[in-house]
Write a new protein. Structure first.
Ligand SMILES: [Zn+2]
Length: 369
């Protein structure tokens, strides 16, 4: 029986955000950062990989790296002009070509490798060489527009991977479930009029892009109805996210009948993430992954790929990511989440949960039409 494939590469951990503290450029009142003060730091990813090795979970995985995405691969999504500007700035001293997406020297090649790892994850699953797959890399991709970087994202990793897969395999209908706490605006914009790519983003209402909610943005033209936004209230936790899956995500997948499910897996809806205000924990990510595994088994022969996106708590991201990879591989190691009991006690009250459920019910009514 084929294993879970796991793609990662140490070189993607060498991408830097130039000189930024959290995501503020240094200068004025912003003191230059300590080593890991840049929000999109490699440490959360490196520690997840370390935990996978320390726990023995690695033995259940087919681990490997991949080639960088080629120019042809990148050009399926990004205009040549954007790629040339990015490469030129990367060859010089880095910069920021968009909004809150700083990068240092050499980040172009690293971003192409990050996209290449996601590509290989899809390719391996579609070729039947793995039961499912996980890609752990940076920079992330889900905020990147075709011609503009945003929110730490320099290339649109998942769309690049989907279009490469469509060029090489018989795969048409792809569902992208984005559970990063921030809106998957890049993926949405790239597939806004595509009826064959269902994009669903669950996110904290108004968080990033700042002020964005998105329920009314449902896709355009032939893609009308194939884009769903599920804004959740700040402070929401396990109940809110799982209820949104039950009422909206799973019914949408049932209607869409995907050939492949891709998860844009940010781990920044956790209770201790510095860039959002949600209350998920490792068991929430385990449960959502199991739902996606079950949906993939029901619709598309189990074809499921999880691509890492955001997640900024160095100490806690590893436990959430480890639970996801355990679930993909169908194994349970000895690892215990040291924050789980506390996070469960900190969940919102029944009154909050009832109110959030009511709002989700209202959204579910909108989306079935
Ligand atoms: Zn995020």
């Amino acid at each position: 029986m084929s294993k879970t494939a796991f793609f990662t590469d140490e070189r993607t951990f060498w991408h830097t955000g130039g000189t930024h503290a959290l995501f503020f450029p240094v200068g004025g009142w912003v003191q230059p950062p300590a080593a890991s003060a840049y929000a999109e730091s490699p440490e959360s990813k490196r520690r997840l990989l370390a935990l996978i090795q320390a726990s023995g979970l690695a033995a259940s995985l087919d681990m490997g790296s991949a080639n960088a995405a080629s120019d042809d691969d990148l050009l399926r999504i990004h205009p040549r002009d954007y790629l040339e500007r990015f490469k030129a700035a990367s060859d010089a001293n880095g910069g920021d070509l968009g909004e809150l997406a700083p990068f240092g020297k050499g980040s172009y090649e690293i971003a192409a490798l990050s996209a290449g790892l996601a590509m290989s994850a899809l390719d391996t699953v579609l070729a039947g060489r793995a039961a499912n797959a996980f890609s752990l890399s940076r920079p992330p991709g889900h905020h990147c527009l075709r011609d503009k970087s945003m929110g730490f994202c320099l290339l649109a990793n998942i769309p690049i991977a989907i279009e490469a897969a469509r060029a090489r395999h018989r795969v048409e209908r792809v569902a992208v479930i984005d559970w990063d706490v921030h809106h998957g605006n890049g993926t949405q914009s790239i597939y806004y009029d595509d009826p064959n790519t269902l994009t669903i983003s669950l996110h904290q209402e108004g968080c990033f892009p700042p002020g964005y909610s998105g329920t009314e943005e449902r896709g355009a033209g032939a893609g009308e109805g194939a884009n769903i936004n599920i804004p959740l209230l700040p402070g929401g936790g396990h109940d809110a996210w799982l209820y949104a899956f039950e009422r909206i995500v799973l019914p949408a997948l049932n209607r869409f009948r995907p050939d492949l499910i891709v998860v844009a897996s940010g781990l920044d809806a956790s209770a201790v993430d510095p860039l959002a205000r949600m209350l998920l924990h490792s068991e929430s990510y385990r449960a959502m992954t199991q739902l996606m595994r079950d949906a993939a088994a029901r619709h598309c022969g189990g074809r499921l790929v999880v691509v890492h996106e955001g997640g900024y708590s160095e100490a806690y991201v590893p436990f959430c990511g480890h639970a996801i990879v355990e679930t993909l591989a169908g194994v349970r190691t000895q690892v215990e989440d040291p924050m789980l009991d506390l996070a469960i006690l900190q969940q919102p009250s029944a009154r909050f949960a009832a109110f959030q459920r009511q709002l989700i019910d209202e959204m579910a009514q909108m989306f079935v039409r």
